[in-house]
Design a protein around this ligand. Sequence first.
Ligand code: AR6
Length: 207
Amino acid sequence: GTLKAAPDGTNPPATQIGPKERPEPSDELNNVVALFMGDITTLGVGAAVNAANKRLRGGGGVDGAFHRAAGPELLKECEKHSGCPTGDVVMTLSFDMPCSKIIHTVGPVYHSYPKDEAERLLASCYTKSLQLAAKTGLRSIAFPALSTGIFGYPNRDGAAVALSATRQFLTGEGKGTMDKVIFTVFLDKGKDEKAYKELIPLFFPPV
Ligand code: AR6
């Protein structure tokens, strides 16, 4: 949670790691947030969030895993949509997957935006996914580490954005809407696991 001053001492750091002030500890909130190491497509949650691309036509990474797990019907349903802008969300059926719905969201390609814009777009993916799940009456949601794979968002910064947006939602407009918000880190990525294990207690401090 320490902030490094910019080398010239003027600019604020582009990405704040950890909240500005220690948030109010809450058992109720802490019980909502969970970390899962493994394949997101196996989870029987209300909404499983896919890290898609703007065309919504499948791809590699976790997107490939969603399409393999859901089956070919998913691509057919995605083809009904003209696409999805960066920072936005589209909901589809889940077909052969155990979750109730899939929320496809498109994270920013990290190097295509100024840092603060990339951060705003990534936060929007988390916030809009939570809003859409809540609006649909789904009380649990699982996220992959959006944008941190092929799209190149730094793992630790990405985790901070995810946790910050989630805390803001759960303590504000989304109060009481979610039983579980699960952050999944994939087996081959020790980096995300480390980032979430360090940052969860900063954004959701133990009581
Ligand atoms: N379960 C959970 N997490 C996973 C899984 C899985 N089965 N598979 C990978 N991850 P990425 P992005 C993690 O690259 O950076 C696609 O081509 C992975 O380790 O899937 O948002 C799309 O079509 C990483 O931590 O998504 C887009 O074009 C995280 O999921 C583009 O990639 C996200 O990595 C999106 O890139």
